[in-house]
Write a protein that binds this ligand. Structure first.
Ligand SMILES: *Cc1c(COP(=O)(O)O)cnc(C)c1O
Length: 461
């Protein structure tokens, strides 16, 4: 395992060649999963006492394992939430790996943290957050939501001087909130109270007010956060952030906005006004690995006041004492430790690929790419409206389209979807809306063209 032996030098060439080839591929192969039996036959046992050698392991990856993984950046991958990392961000992800940076603390990674924080500041500015804002990049929206809600509960308990230290808290959220909100309340052992939405699945301030008022006084005191969604995953609807902000301000409740998918569109002028009220949130998250053209895995977690994050999450240990001091109580905290503001400690500098791509291309290019995807989504919605066999179920707020194929049931959708995937045409999976099986497109890839959409719709005739 010596760094300079010849086999490693050759391997470096091969691995980098493959990586560069994959980055430059256009189009990328869609690929598809394979059953375990086939994989064990094709790949066999790969971990052995003496090793199979890098060349063989790399060949196994490129010829057997990678083709058994769907490429999220394929322009006809419209299932779940795809990704479309820029070349700059992918290349820099490799640089980050090669740089052996521990990015938990300013002491060990001042340069990396400085750059990550400029990327976070861009997001904070788009949201209209004050100077005190800051946060960290965590692995994904699930980790970001959990960290924000932990900070919310911490602030609630500390404001009440011990009175609620043994009291179970309550989070309010809509049924359209992402499953990770329910998972966070489960992990934190707090109660989740669902607030009804309007017919489009949008949560508004009046509904939050009415559910809050309907609680018994002792339960009202337990409410420590409202989790709104800036672009629901299933239908892409943006909640009434301003109305919800009013209720939170009146009641002194933490206002969190889960924008893992949708808040990327803060940089898109054509839809920016849908997010009015975000500037009053206490925290928000957005995943650059979704609609901000970065690689997995990356979620930006931003607090209005970074010290709320620090107070809730700082780990104390003898060996970490050297990191303490200089935090201050309020205001900007420049020489900060990302480890101190989320539920994590060791971390890779996973915000750097986004930083490098932003620095390389400039923020205007992001706005332009975002508007491209929004335009394709609008054209796709119109096209669905024109087709005799199809019916659009909601006018899109962003780039998620939900529609039905008239006359089809769950089995028809499933069969069509499998057919598309295994023939390499597209990856679109059914979802459900109001109990009905439906089709769903999520468009985040600027390389998805109107022709791609038409080809998929044609196959539904
Ligand atoms: C995707 C998503 C999440 C979860 O994010 P991960 O990065 O997959 O953990 C949370 N909330 C919303 C609204 C999402 O779309």
């Amino acid at each position: 395992m010596h760094r300079h032996d010849q086999a490693i030098a050759r391997l470096a060439d091969h691995a980098l060649d493959y990586a560069l080839e994959r980055v430059r591929m256009d189009p990328v192969p869609l690929d598809a999963p394979r059953p375990y039996d086939e994989l064990i036959r094709a790949a066999g046992q790969t971990i052995t006492p003496s090793g199979i050698g890098g060349d063989r392991a790399l060949k196994l990856f490129t010829e057997v394992l990678a083709p058994a993984c769907i490429s999220v950046d394929h322009p006809r991958f419209l299932a779940f939430v795809p990704g479309a990392p820029t070349e700059a961000s992918v290349l820099f992800d490799m640089v980050v790996s090669a740089s052996s940076i521990y990015a938990g603390s300013w002491l060990e990674a001042a340069g990396a943290v400085f750059a990550e924080n400029q990327a976070l500041r861009w997001l904070a500015d788009l949201a209209g957050f004050p100077e005190s804002a800051g946060g960290a990049f965590v692995s994904g929206g699930t980790a970001g939501n959990l960290s924000a809600l932990i900070a919310a509960r911490h602030r609630w308990r500390s404001r009440h001087a011990g009175r609620f230290d043994k009291v179970r808290g309550v989070v309010l959220a809509s049924k359209g909130a992402h499953s990770s909100i329910a998972q966070a309340t489960h992990a934190m052992d707090v109660d989740l109270v669902h607030v009804p939405t309007d017919h489009r699945g949008r949560l508004d301030g009046a509904a939050v007010r009415s559910v809050f008022d309907s609680l018994a006084p002792a339960d009202r005191e337990r409410v420590f956060a409202v989790a709104a969604t800036g672009g629901t995953t299933n239908v892409g609807v943006v909640d009434d952030l301003a109305g919800i902000a009013d209720v939170c301000a009146d009641e002194g409740i933490w206002f969190h906005v889960d924008g893992a998918y949708g808040l990327a569109a803060l940089c898109a002028p054509s839809v920016r006004d849908r997010f009015v009220g975000i500037e009053r949130a206490d925290s928000f998250i957005v995943d650059p690995h979704k609609w901000l053209f970065g690689p997995f895995d990356c979620c930006a977690l931003v607090y209005r006041n970074i010290h709320d994050g620090r107070r809730a999450h700082t780990q104390n240990a003898e060996y970490l004492e050297v990191l303490r001091g200089g935090e201050g109580e309020e205001g900007p905290w420049h020489e900060m430790n990302p480890a101190d503001v989320a539920h994590h400690l060791s971390r890779r500098a996973r915000g750097l690929p986004l930083w490098f791509s932003l620095a390389t291309h400039g923020t205007d290019a992001y706005t332009e790419a975002m508007e491209t995807t929004l335009t394709i989504a609008r054209l796709a919605a119109e096209e669905i409206g024109r087709r005799r066999h199809l019916e659009l179920l909601l006018e899109p707020d962003l780039t998620v389209l939900v529609f039905r194929r008239i006359g089809w049931g769950p089995d028809d959708y499933r069969r069509w979807s499998d057919d598309q995937l295994y023939s390499g045409e597209s990856f679109v999976v059914p979802s459900s809306w109001n109990g009905e099986t439906v089709l769903r497109f999520c468009i985040v890839n600027p390389r998805t063209t109107f022709d791609d959409i038409v080809a998929i719709l044609d196959s539904l005739d």
